[in-house]
Ligand binder design. Structure first.
Ligand code: GCO
Ligand code: MG
Length: 403
């Protein structure tokens, strides 16, 4: 038995906020898990500190499935991003410990590699089409096989997915939410020319992706899908808010553009109908917000029988610990599709030294036992938590809208 003797929450801000859970066993083995929920970090930290850690002490670290069910069913109150991110952090840390005790990288415990590496997509963006395509060419030169295109919208001052920095994208950038104005009409006019120009400049051998970020109604998304089909997008992401899963039926009636959904989902129940009715092609849930490796495996297994593939969320607000977990998972899961990869800053990477690597458009989790990521606690302590919110969006007449 590897008894859990301590568990601690570490909050650090090497450029942006991250919450980490560190669990230690009686044999001196330590495992770490990501618990970061962008803009709501301290809610998860408190949930862990006040309500989860006291339940962990004395438990057998090897009983991952039992601990997962204890925390999920035992709370009585089920689901939700705060709860599920906390459970995910415990789950990741326990898989890390199991791997370290076994002396094996996590992907080996999950059944071994199903492929040589995980294809990733990078984020090309810019204030206008020209700048976005320049940026995309840069990704192509670096060997990326898949590139996400987001461009500023003429007539709108700011939009999601377009970075202030040339290389790093971080939307949660203010102590209180910044507000931006949105017009779906302007947006819908701007995307087809972006794809047209991108195919001219980048050719057809590269996968092109686009994130709609919950901004369209189903019928608007259907029209955008139709307009973009000729450019063969790899996927259109978050076409419409997905609380109402039936909404995707309408989009499907109008377009064959592949659809990806789920970065804000936290359990299998959020995606059950979307998967069973084959209303999507890629499921975006990732390890930290999707209840950990234990729960994400169930989601992927359900998706597999409906020919839906994984396309895990991988923005920079997921820490390198989650990135590593996603890569182990992606290497071993039969129905892997693609992995999002937004580079962390050097400051973040220094706090989380890791074994995963990028080469020729693919990533590999490395061969270190467990997750293959460490947390430099001394360095972490030097970066104090800094409140940061995601922006909010309003329509041009002032109506609150989805960001
Ligand atoms: C993506 C996402 C992100 C989110 C961010 C919110 O596809 O990468 O939409 O950029 O906006 O993760 O915290
Ligand atoms: Mg997205």
């Amino acid at each position: 038995m590897a008894r859990i003797v301590s568990a601690r929450v570490i909050v650090t801000c090497p450029g942006r906020n991250f919450v980490t859970l560190k669990i230690e066993t009686s044999d001196g083995v330590a495992g770490i898990g990501d618990a970061t929920l962008n803009g709501r970090e301290l809610a998860v930290a408190a949930y862990l500190r006040e309500h989860v850690i006291p339940l962990l002490i004395g438990r057998d670290a090897h009983r991952i499935e039992d601990v997962w069910n204890y925390l999920y069913k035992g709370a009585y109150w089920r689901r939700g991003p705060v709860t599920m991110s906390a459970i995910a952090a415990v789950d990741m840390a326990l898989w890390d410990i199991k791997g370290k005790i076994a002396g094996l990288p996590l992907y080996q415990l999950l059944g071994g590699a199903c492929r040589e590496g995980c294809m990733v997509y990078g984020h090309a963006n810019g204030k206008d089409i020209e700048e976005t395509i320049d940026n995309a060419l840069h990704y192509q030169e670096q060997g990326y096989k898949a590139i996400r295109l987001q461009s500023g919208v003429p007539g709108l001052a700011a939009t999601y997915g377009v970075s202030k920095d040339k290389y790093f994208y971080e939307p949660a950038d203010a102590a209180l939410p910044t507000e931006s104005l949105w017009s779906t009409e302007k947006y819908l006019r701007s995307v087809p020319p972006l794809f047209e120009k991108a195919r001219e400049a980048l050719g057809w051998d590269v996968h092109l992706l686009h994130d709609i970020h919950h901004r369209c109604t189903p019928i608007e998304a259907g029209r955008l899908g139709k307009d973009l089909e000729q450019y063969r997008p790899f996927w259109l992401e978050d076409a419409t808010p997905a609380e109402n899963q039936s909404a995707f039926r309408l989009i499907r009636q109008h377009t064959t553009a592949p659809l990806a959904v789920g970065e804000v989902f936290n359990t299998i129940w959020d995606a059950k109908q979307l998967i069973e009715e084959q209303l999507i092609d890629y499921i975006r849930m990732t390890v930290v917000h999707g209840g950990g490796i234990t729960h994400l495996r169930r989601v992927a297994s359900l998706a597999e029988i409906y020919q839906i593939r994984t396309g895990c969320h991988g923005a920079t607000d997921l820490s390198p610990i989650c990135m590593a977990a996603a890569l182990h998972f992606g290497l071993a899961v039969p129905n892997f599709g693609i992995q999002e990869y937004m580079r962390h800053t050097a400051e973040t990477d220094a706090v989380f030294p890791h074994a995963y690597s990028f080469a020729e458009g693919m990533m590999h989790p490395g061969e270190a036992p467990g997750l293959g990521v460490e947390l430099d606690e001394e360095l972490a302590a030097k970066h104090e938590y800094k409140p940061a919110y995601l922006p909010v969006a309003r329509l041009e007449d002032g109506t609150m809208f989805s960001w």
